[in-house]
Design a protein around this ligand. Sequence first.
Ligand code: CO
Ligand code: CO
Ligand code: CO
Length: 305
Amino acid sequence: MGLERADDAGVYKLTDDLAIVQTVDFFTPIVDDPYTFGQIAVANALSDVYAMGGKPLTAMNIVCFPSKTMDISVLTEILRGGLDKMREAGVVLVGGHSVDDPELKYGLSVTGTVHPNRVLTKGGARPGDQLILTKPIGTGIINTAVKGRMAGEPAIETVVQSMTALNKASSEVILQVGVNACTDITGFGLLGHACEMIEDSGVGFKIRSVSVPLFPETLELARMGLIPGGTYRNKEFRSKMVEATGIGDVMLDILFDAQTSGGLLISVGPDKAGLLLAQIKEGGATDAAIIGEVVSHPMQRIVVE
Ligand code: CO
Ligand code: CO
Ligand code: CO
């Protein structure tokens, strides 16, 4: 696949029935617990392979660690969390690289495989398709609130559980049922990634904000202004493509909230949507929901109601 239209991961065809999928992702801690951070970083790094319909096979650790100021046991716990998540995914750790850095960072480079004719891309949504989102929105807002000690325990638990959850089962069901387009929701937020799906296309999206699953407390915390800077940048960058009618500023902020290890956004034919949603929920993504549909007008725009 070329670079003229960036997708979630790089795909390189080896033979007529085999291609490799490659991606890399690493970041600074978003939770205090090192083991949990390791799990989230791995779930997040593997997500781009799942978003392409790929099967991740091998991975390499990327570590930046402040060895002069931080105890090495912190790193041991991060790597243990990461390794446990890789085991769950059936991924083999084959190496890695670490550097001394004043700021701690962890993540993976990942290699997987996919059939060249079964690659899930961002483009391909067709008018009449239903849009399915597999995880709730709000990790950026809740994580900002955690830093200010404003988030409640149930909200924190739900968000951590979701960020550590693999998109593996959802991706497998998507391949079985067959869909027209797919991406994963990460730093650009739900609307930012939705914009990528309709860029240079002949379609637009209609999204019903009331149907979008949110984490507990997201609305209240957003109303209090606990919104990360990245979310405002997402909104500014894509505002020309989004028409928000009858929804408040706070809801629009939430729909642009930068996500960590978010769910998949899928465009699927209307005849298959019900079955796909049921199977995704059965696979463990119990908050998955149909959040809107693909329309032919307005083109390359998202109408949010
Ligand atoms: Co992605
Ligand atoms: Co990514
Ligand atoms: Co993709």
